[in-house]
Ligand binder design. Structure first.
Ligand code: GLA
Length: 777
């Protein structure tokens, strides 16, 4: 297969000119440099160029700090920065474009150029990135039938107009027009989602039609590159380790061209309630050195993670909401500080500079301040600050009420009577249930069912379900993640009719309308608290949220993100550029009720402190026992000892609501079992969506030494994995992982992705069970 080489020619003087020179302005500048994909190497001005890239998301860094972060990246030894665009931030409403503040990507690119960095642009339309719905706009979900990331014209037309706008604004910043943008990515890891090259070529053509004339590429994990692959589009591969083998997999599909790892992970992202992720630095440095010494190009994902401010944090599948901190254990920390990994990377990259290339000094970090605890004196109970109600016979998802973000309240009345079950078809994501303003329970998407027992009522009562959506799933078929109380809602088995709906978008307008007073609200009620703290001078600080339950917070009008006392994050990064010397205002929405509503400013973040005891849903695992004795396995066998994806077909399809993988022993004879990913195949061999899947039972999970949660086996990410305990205990085989599919499914087989890279837990012999009663209460 012959790659179609794109040749760009321009005039160049002297080595140092390799570094991009600041473009005078957005006008269509004359190209001063050229960039091309050569037979073996990337070619900058016709000469071999090893891309030493790192990912930084402009949206995750205060615009005032972009230059400092870019200088850090340059000082670390990078010559290129890679940036996603988030469609939903740039086009908040159809046809309404926002390129200001955190979304001013053109300015980010200009600053990158000024700081001597080239830019690889990843405009999407889909990004993933632990960002709300992977960057896809919620308003597409107002169309109940829309098929995201397909050739559905409702989707594609929106994609084309968005990309046209991206081309209008960022096209002039291409190297072909004097700017720093050298490459543009088409879509993102489409291989995880679909297999339609027609869709990919539509997106590619839309990128071209938008005026992008630099080389284009697509990226995928090693085992999914074939899916939807365009043979005349440059391929890059994403991996967290084992560069030698993963580049071999790339070469198998792309025999020529430079080798590019477009996402190389030094750490990983965090989700609420799960241990903070640390990368394996030794392995990271060794793999980086391998790529450097083999002329391969790479992009460190993330070089600097930053913070997912606002309500933009996404959710891993099937439902693992991402923290607002996106520190990612990256070499450049959330607040833009150096770390040991930063200096190790700098020292390593310094060994692979072009002749005459020098690394600039490490820039200063921003000042850090702390302040003693202050008590927020004023409060505005949410129930006393409701907008006008909408009326609806049956509750519908939030998007149907033209609302994208924030919370939404569903209200109705129920008769007096004995304790009665309230059950919804589903809850996306948390439904705080109140009777006459008193909280009586929480509907929790982490549980298999959205049901609670309402206590006895002496009189007719007001039923409120305050729904808090976390981010929309940003990965996999589940990303069409409509939020709210999902009907039918049954009370004692009867469908409840006649509802009032209250939009609570938590936007600037809503916050400006809140009526605060120095009153002591009901402890368990959802309340906005307001107070001030005074600083002698402005500086970065980390707001200590240990005393608070669950919600969102704002400082001087900036939404810093979500918080949740279960951790692992216990602080919120408050950038000094959004603070001032003197008085600063803080507003905190607590949906659970806070302990003493005081807050302090710390000099260091707390990113790794779990408090499962504070979780309003005590056990994330239903208290059930195995019930396999009377069940015959539908399949038994042995997995191959390597790390490739293995597809196992049953002789006869089996039906059931539960799927059980039992590991009988391991390839290395040790007591551990691990699974990176499990997919199930329906009667036609198609992959079954993970929507509504939960873990019904698991005999052992490691939570201390690493995040070995069972959910990692069904989150779609092959970099994360379920692993049985090894730190404080080593229970032996057999090990059991039982999935609750939410409803009976006909299963004809499954796909097993072993734990990737080194490390134990590779299962050898196994048995599979499918049925409706594999567990019992
Ligand atoms: C994938 C995606 C990225 C990000 C990483 C995990 O590879 O392409 O956007 O989600 O996983 O952080």
């Amino acid at each position: 297969m012959k790659l179609k080489h794109v040749k760009w020619v321009a005039v160049l003087a002297g080595v140092m000119a390799c570094l991009p020179v600041a473009a005078a302005g957005p006008a269509m500048e004359k190209a001063r440099h050229t960039f091309a994909i050569g037979t073996n190497d990337f070619l900058l001005d016709g000469r071999k160029f090893q891309i030493r890239c790192g990912e930084i998301h402009a949206s995750r860094v205060p615009a005032e700090y972009w230059r400092q972060r870019l200088q850090m990246a340059r000082a670390m030894g990078l010559n290129t920065v890679c940036a996603y665009l988030f469609w939903n931030q740039i086009e908040p409403r159809p046809g309404e474009f926002n390129w200001s503040g955190q979304a001013d990507v053109a300015e980010f690119c200009r600053l990158a150029q000024a700081e001597g960095l080239w830019v690889i642009l990843r405009p999407g339309p889909y990004a993933c990135a632990e960002w709300e719905m992977g960057g896809t706009p919620w308003w597409l979900l107002k169309n109940d039938d829309i098929q995201l990331r397909t050739r559905d014209p409702h989707y594609l037309n929106a994609v084309k107009s968005y990309l046209q706008e991206v081309g209008r604004v960022l096209g002039p910043l291409q190297i072909t027009h004097g700017g720093p943008i050298v490459m543009v990515q088409v879509e993102n890891e489409y291989g995880f989602f679909g297999q339609d090259p027609g869709y990919m070529s539509e997106v590619r053509d839309a990128v071209l039609a938008a005026g992008f004339d630099v080389p284009l590429f697509e990226c995928n994990p090693p085992d999914l590159m074939k899916n939807g692959m365009l043979t005349n589009l440059f391929q890059a591969v994403n991996f967290g380790g084992d560069p030698e083998n993963n580049f071999k997999k790339l070469r198998a599909l792309q025999p020529q061209g430079p080798l590019l790892c477009s996402e190389f992970y030094p750490g990983w992202f965090d989700t609420w309630g799960v241990k903070h992720h640390y990368g394996n630095t030794e392995k990271y440095l060794a793999d980086l050195e391998y790529m450097l010494s083999h002329d391969a190009s790479f992009s460190i994902y993330m070089a600097h993670g930053g913070t997912t401010f606002g309500l933009w944090s996404g959710c891993d599948r099937p439902f693992k909401p991402d923290t607002s901190s996106y520190d990612y254990d990256a070499p450049i920390s959330e607040a833009g500080w150096t770390t040991p990994k930063f200096f190790q990377t700098r020292a390593l990259l310094a060994k692979y500079l072009l002749p005459g290339e020098k690394l600039p000094g490490v820039p200063a970090t921003n000042p850090v301040v702390a302040f003693a605890p202050v008590t927020l004196q004023e409060s505005a109970p949410l129930f006393d600050n409701l907008p006008a109600a909408l009326q609806d016979g049956t509750p519908r998802n939030m998007e149907a009420y033209d609302q994208g973000y924030g919370c939404i309240l569903y209200r109705t009345r129920i008769p007096a009577g004995a304790a009665t079950m309230l059950e919804a078809a589903a809850i996306h994501d948390f439904g705080f249930v109140f009777l006459d303003g008193r909280r009586v329970g929480v509907l929790d998407r982490r549980n298999a069912s959205a049901a609670i027992l309402l206590p006895e009522r002496g009189a007719e009562a007001r039923l409120d379900v305050l729904v808090e959506p976390m981010g929309r799933v940003n990965f996999g078929p589940e990303m069409a993640d409509r939020k709210g109380l999902i009907a039918p809602v049954k009370f004692g088995g009867e469908t409840l009719k006649g509802w009032e709906i209250f939009n609570l978008p938590l936007d600037d307008q809503m916050l400006a309308g809140l009526k605060f007073a120095a009153i002591k609200p009901d402890a368990n009620a959802p309340v906005f608290w307001r107070g001030t703290f005074t600083l002698a001078r402005a500086g970065d600080t980390f707001l200590d949220l240990h005393n608070w339950g669950k919600g969102d917070l704002w400082v001087n009008g900036h939404c810093l993100g979500r918080y949740w006392n279960i951790g692992p994050t216990q602080t919120a990064y408050a950038p000094g550029c959004w603070l001032r010397a003197g008085e600063n205002e803080i507003v905190i929405l607590d949906l659970l009720g806070s302990e003493g509503h005081s807050i302090a400013g710390l000099e260091k973040p707390v990113l790794d402190e779990l408090h499962p005891e504070k979780d309003f849903t005590k056990s994330r695992r239903p208290l059930v026992k195995l019930n396999l004795d009377s069940t015959t396995p539908v399949c038994t066998g042995s997995f191959a000892p390597d790390v490739d994806t293995q597809e196992i077909k049953f002789t006869t399809p089996a039906a059931g609501k539960f799927f059980c993988l039992e590991s009988l022993n391991a390839q290395d004879g040790k007591p551990y079992a691990a699974v990176a990913e499990l997919d199930l195949l329906d009667a036609n061999g198609k992959t079954i969506s993970h929507n509504g899947w939960t873990i019904a039972y698991v005999d052992s999970e490691e939570h201390v030494g690493e995040d070995g949660s069972a959910e990692n086996a069904i989150d779609g990410q092959t970099a994360s994995f379920w692993h049985t305990e090894w730190k404080n205990a080593s229970p032996v085989h057999p090990h059991f992982l039982i999935l609750n599919l939410g409803q009976p499914q006909t299963i004809s087989g499954f796909r097993y992705v072993p734990r990737q890279g080194e490390g134990g837990g590779h299962i050898k012999d196994y048995r599979i069970f499918v049925g409706d009663n594999l567990v019992q209460p």
